[in-house]
Design a protein around this ligand. Structure first.
Ligand code: HEM
Length: 439
């Protein structure tokens, strides 16, 4: 998942532009959605803005605005968000209402689990879930550990004596750790041959490049889809060792290339930026809570699990769920949301809902089993949640063990502005304390 614009692949974009044009709005000039719609994505550092906290306390379901003639509702209460996300018959994830009814899953680029409703969603998700059972994921565990160690070596090499991006021993943790770890894990998971990885990496990096605005991001999205379509076609005749090949071997006659490439692209989009943001922002938070950072490097897996869960809740890097479209008039939080409206569940808000526990606005690694919506809820809940946990539970402790004195090399982080997946473009760090100067 990425910013709202990346939900919309090339064909959808064309349809949205046409529809917006009819309403006198030039979306090509928008690389951000309007303020009335986008302010809930704003943050104050890692915290939601005050306005959002107030709204959650006052009105956990509130009418946000009207956009392109639709009422947009914002759900910030945890119980109310769960009610919406768990409703299998009341809401649709199909984005076509936003773009007119002419979009089609077969002739266009719309696809992937996130946009698909039952029964198609059930059929496609059933093909994907076996690849994410703990038994299959176990096979990735040693590989994840070696990818993490490889990137730590890379950091060490870059930040060694006299090294570093600026020659002063500082390195960018995003570039050399937070991004490559999930990227390499996904390449293994999908079963992409080594020779394809450089091209794929460029497509992945392009998604991070905000300098190109919406258009560049769209390009990268359709690029990865096209790339995966070709990979899928090749694997039809020669199935590889990963997820794409496995689905072809076991269920090849139940799925066409378009849908399979859509599933693979959903895994790529869903699993790269999210985990990378968690690794970067999670490190920044841990460095602000040194004791918890050090404790991550200890031997207690319960501490690691608890801290990772709290980071997931506290950071809620996927700020909002995919928009839900009511299929009929429905009651939620004392309001009636009507067919034709859009309902947006604010996961970052719901994860700090004051009704769910003590001091939810604070990071507290000792917090006991708190339920959170960082992976969503219900039948669209993140299929890669256990894989993401495996990555985070491997990466943070290994980082803390290798570089116990890691510190931020800046006092101002450059947070992404109003993006659905919250994060930083770079995280300059010093790997070790500077040597004391010789007298
Ligand atoms: C810390 C990392 C991650 C976070 C915070 C995260 C968050 C989420 C959330 C909130 C949703 C639900 C959205 C909704 O209901 O509208 C979701 C769905 C999804 N995620 Fe993740 N995700 C993460 C990692 C991954 C990974 C590693 C993968 C795959 C390798 C993945 C693949 C997916 C897919 C395919 C969906 C769509 C599921 C469906 O619609 O049935 N995610 N993710």
């Amino acid at each position: 998942m990425s910013r709202l614009t990346t939900y919309l692949s090339t064909r959808v974009r064309r349809l949205v532009l046409a529809r917006a044009g009819r309403n006198g709005i030039d979306l090509t000039k928008l690389d951000r959605v309007p303020e009335s719609l986008s302010w809930p994505l704003q943050r104050n550092g890692v915290d939601p803005v005050e306005r959002l906290e107030e709204l959650c306390g006052r009105e956990p379901v509130a009418k946000l605005t009207s956009f392109l003639g639709m009422n947009v509702w914002l759900v910030t209460g945890q119980a109310e968000a769960k009610q919406v996300l768990a409703d299998t018959t009341g809401y649709s994830n199909d984005i076509r209402p936003l773009v007119g009814r002419s979009g089609s899953t077969t002739d266009g680029d719309i696809g992937g689990l996130g946009f698909t409703d039952p029964p198609d969603h059930t059929r496609l998700r059933r093909l994907l879930t076996p690849e994410f059972t703990m038994r299959r994921l176990e096979r990735l565990r040693p590989r994840i550990a070696s990818i993490v160690e490889g990137q730590l070596d890379e950091l060490d090499r870059l930040g060694g004596a006299g090294g570093g991006d600026g020659g002063d021993g500082t390195v960018d943790l995003v570039q050399s750790f937070a991004f490559p770890v999930p990227f390499l894990v996904i390449c293994d998971l999908l079963g992409l041959p080594d020779e394809d990885r450089d091209t794929f990496r460029e497509l992945g990096s392009a998604r991070f490049d905000v300098s190109t605005g919406g258009t560049g991001v769209f390009g990268a999205v359709s690029g990865s889809r096209t790339f995966l379509m070709e990979a899928t076609r090749r694997q039809r005749t020669d199935p590889g060792p990963g997820l794409i090949g496995q689905i072809i071997r076991e269920h090849g006659d139940e799925i066409n290339d378009f849908d399979l490439a859509g599933l693979a692209d959903g895994v790529f989009t869903g699993g790269l930026e999210t985990s990378a943001s968690m690794l970067a922002l999670g490190t920044a938070v841990l460095l602000d809570h040194r004791q918890d950072y050090r404790a991550m490097g200890g031997e207690d897996p319960a501490v690691v699990e608890r801290t990772v869960e709290e980071l997931l809740r506290y950071l809620s890097v996927v700020q909002i769920a995919f928009p839900r479209f009511p299929l009929r008039d429905l009651q939620v939080g004392g309001h009636t949301v009507r067919k034709g409206d859009v309902v947006v569940c604010h996961l970052a808000g719901a994860n700090r809902d004051a009704r769910t526990g003590e001091a939810m606005d604070r990071f507290d690694a000792t917090r006991q089993s708190v339920s959170h919506l960082a992976f969503g809820h219900g039948f669209h809940r993140c299929v890669g949640a256990e894989l993401a946990r495996m990555e985070l539970r491997a990466a943070f402790p290994a980082l803390a063990r290798r570089f116990p004195d890691l510190s931020l090399a800046t006092d101002r982080l450059d947070y992404r502005d109003r993006s659905i997946v919250y994060g930083v473009e770079s995280l300059p760090v010093r790997l070790r304390q500077p040597e004391p100067a010789l007298r």
